[in-house]
Design a protein around this ligand. Structure first.
Ligand code: NAP
Length: 291
């Protein structure tokens, strides 16, 4: 079977390395990004430059969206010149952005009107895993649609988890980022306490690594936090957006999450203090300057 043509919409921190894996795996690829200059690395790998989401969708069997927030995905898919306008019967649209389950269901409903199929397939893993092709992909949608899309997803990730029907990939992703936000906030508070109590932070890393709750995260992200390196791999504005989406989902689902709410308030303060485009780990910088 020849590889299906893939249309990739959204070439940011994550979208660029993900689309590069598709190009390198031999998928015929058409790409589009709102800021056209970001298409250059993909065009160098032989991808075609799309004119807009509708035109990209019109020539693709599988369309992938990887943009920022729910309203941005809606613009790219449902807006004027959105992918939906060009989507062909029998094709598939995979949204890999982190959005709410309700947004995924809305997109799925629209895609179905074109006799096309939909998956929500957000990813776990940041710029490093996206570059290495080792993302964990969380899928919501029909098993048959997943099987048709599996070769494309497998080119970008090492683990594919079928979470359930449409929206369940998004719900699982939000629950995962809830843990990541807790990890970052907890580690930041612990590191501050260690430093201010006069301990060597290396002892903190040693005990975390020897503990039953050890995680490679402490050395990788914890290490850059200890050095106050907040260059964005996963922008603080996106984690803040995810915390708002978690709050919305918790309301809908009747889950009471007071600790997550407190962490969300901390991220809101960091955003208001101008840290949106730093890494989400800059939550440490926010705490450090708190009174
Ligand atoms: P990013 O670097 O900020 O890139 C965002 C992309 O979305 C850019 O291509 C941007 O286009 C495009 N975009 C935003 N609003 C748009 C609109 N209204 N119309 C058209 N294009 C629009 O974000 P990212 O880090 O790649 O993250 C993408 C998604 O993956 C987010 O939902 C994020 O939460 C999720 N995610 C990120 C990470 C991570 O570690 N970075 C990990 C897992 C999941 P321009 O270039 O024109 O601005």
């Amino acid at each position: 079977m020849p590889h299906p043509r893939v249309g990739f919409l959204g070439l940011g921190t994550m979208g660029t390395p993900m689309a590069m894996h598709l190009a390198k795996a031999g998928f015929p690829l058409t790409v589009w990004n709102r800021t056209a200059s970001k298409m250059t690395p993909l065009l160098r790998l032989g991808a075609k430059a799309g004119k807009g989401p509708a035109q990209v969708a019109a020539e693709a069997h599988i369309v992938i969206t990887m943009v920022s927030q729910p309203q941005d995905v809606e613009t790219v898919v449902l807006g004027p010149d959105g992918a939906l306008a060009g989507l062909r019967s029998g094709s598939m649209l995979i949204d890999m952005s982190t959005v709410s389950p309700s947004t995924s269901r809305k997109l799925a409903g629209a895609v179905t009107t074109k006799q096309a199929e939909f998956l929500d397939a957000p990813v776990v893993g940041s710029k490093g895993p996206a570059t290495e092709g080792t993302l964990v992909i969380l899928v919501g949608g029909l098993p048959t649609t997943l099987e048709r899309c599996r070769p494309v997803l497998a080119a970008m990730g090492k683990t594919i988890i079928h979470a359930g029907g449409v929206g369940m990939g998004s719900a699982l992703k939000l629950a995962t980022n809830l843990m990541l936000a807790h990890l970052a906030a907890g580690f930041a508070e612990g590191l501050l306490l260690v430093e201010r109590a006069g301990l060597d932070p290396q002892r903190y890393f040693e005990v975390l690594e020897a503990s039953t709750f050890r995680s490679p995260w402490y050395r990788s992200k914890g290490g850059t936090m200890a050095q106050r390196d907040f260059a964005a791999h996963f922008a603080l504005k996106h984690m803040h957006k995810d915390l708002r989406l978690i709050d919305e989902l918790a309301e809908e689902a009747g889950a009471v999450l007071p600790i997550t709410r407190a962490i969300e308030a901390l991220f809101a303060q960091a955003a208001a203090a101008g840290k949106n485009d730093l890494d989400y780990s800059a939550i440490l910088d926010q705490l450090e300057h708190a009174r």
